[in-house]
Design a protein around this ligand. Structure first.
Ligand code: DX5
Ligand code: ZN
Length: 223
């Protein structure tokens, strides 16, 4: 399984997002946007205007993580702004399947995110409707938290389920990923790793990305 690091600009300097993208361009192929609405999660970050403003400045895949209530009411704004992938939360709407279909019908990749308290079985009936699953390894809302180990059991259960169904889609983990946790997360079956603090919280984002890839390879015997 290839290791794909998705730096989260949540941990970057909010006054210099363009510089943050430049700092990782070439070292990764994807960047993670944490959209928070102050309702689904207590924190408030940014909306589609930021994605629109940054889109011409970068060739990276824009991976948008919507931590917002009723995402079906506004997700088209994020698609229009230039999101390549959009993840919605299972807990955020009674119309999860409809919202996933809206993303796919717009020709973008649809992701389904689950909080630590949500059983992984909740995504099983929806697997045919998703292009990737985002397993939260912390409670959403803030960067800089510690990974909750029990969430990796859900990653493993999901990877098993996918294998049984002959399905090979990415499992993205998000929260508390650093050089000590990326190996266990990869061993559990994750292949995409959001990293905020571990990339932008350091003085050298490129070196930090290399260290994460190295740690993933070292702890699981391959990349
Ligand atoms: C948390 C966000 C994460 C966050 C991860 O709600 O979804 O993407 O940026 O930050 P770190 O890597 O610092 O845990
Ligand atoms: Zn995120």
């Amino acid at each position: 399984m290839a290791v794909r690091i998705a730096p989260s600009i949540l941990a970057a300097d909010f006054g210099c997002f363009r510089a943050a993208l430049e700092a990782i361009e070439g070292a990764v192929d994807i960047v993670h946007f944490d959209v928070m609405d102050g309702h689904f999660v207590p924190n408030l970050t940014f909306g589609p205007a930021l994605i629109r403003a940054l889109r011409p400045a970068s060739k990276l895949v824009f991976d948008v993580h919507l931590m917002i209530e009723r995402p079906e009411t506004s997700l088209s704004s994020y698609i229009d702004a230039g999101a390549d992938r959009v993840a919605i939360h299972h807990e955020a709407t009674p119309h999860v399947h409809r919202a996933l279909m809206m993303i796919r019908e717009a020709g973008r990749q649809a992701g389904l995110a689950i909080n630590p308290g949500t059983p992984v079985e909740a995504v099983f009936p929806l697997l045919d409707a998703v292009d990737y699953v985002l397993v939260m390894t912390v409670n959403p809302g803030f960067g800089g938290q510690s990974l909750i180990p029990a969430t990796l059991k859900k990653v493993a259960a999901l990877r098993r389920r996918l294998a049984e169904g002959g399905r090979r889609i990415p499992i993205m983990v998000d929260g508390g990923i650093d050089p000590t946790t990326i190996g266990p997360a990869k061993a559990a079956g994750a292949d995409e790793f959001v990293a905020g603090t571990a990339v932008f919280g350091t003085g050298d984002p490129r070196a930090a990305i290399a260290a994460l890839k190295e740690a993933a390879g070292r702890m699981t015997g391959g990349r």
